[in-house]
Design a protein. Structure first.
Length: 165
């Protein structure tokens, strides 16, 4: 078991970055969710004291390097995503799952809009709405990702009450 949550956060982001780098078939490229953004939303919702805007910024910089995107595109998007997620995290915790999916849809959409805005500022013009399909697939996958990551967190993180002094 992990003695602290930071190790688990680190490993889940390594895994999500690996999922973002997976080569998927051509028919699935448009629908492939942004796993790192979903992981960011999860950790801000469940452990905002341990994962916040600065950590999301650093993960975004790693994602920029991984995707060979303009430096700061994912970083800014993930920082904004983490900030907005932090603003609503207490309310979202008590929402039923279907309302959480809608909230995740809106949050991922905000992150995607920030990415498209930064890409437009550096000269990469995207006139298609197909770039928002990962937002839809991410929101649809939220009911499966949430219990999976909650289960991993419960299994591997030692809470303060379980530690022996």
């Amino acid at each position: 078991m992990f003695s602290h949550i930071y190790w688990l956060v680190f490993l889940t982001f390594v895994f999500s970055l690996c999922l973002d780098a997976v080569m998927v078939p051509d028919w699935a490229v448009l629908w492939w969710p942004e796993w790192t953004a979903l992981t960011t939303v999860f950790w801000v919702f469940t452990a905002p004291r341990h994962f916040g805007v600065v950590a999301a910024w650093m993960v975004g910089l790693l994602s920029d390097v991984l995707h060979a995107q303009p430096f700061g595109q994912h970083a800014l998007a993930f920082a904004v995503l983490a900030y907005v997620s932090y603003l609503v995290h207490l309310r979202v915790r008590v929402f039923p799952l279907w309302q959480q999916c809608i909230t995740v849809f809106v949050l991922l959409g905000i992150g995607q809009m920030v990415q498209r805005t930064v890409a437009g500022l550096v000269g990469v013009v995207t006139e298609s709405w197909w770039y928002y399909l990962p937002v839809v697939s991410g929101a649809l996958l939220w009911p499966f990702i949430l219990p999976l990551l909650h289960g991993i967190r419960r299994r591997w993180v030692v809470t303060e009450s379980e530690r022996s002094v």
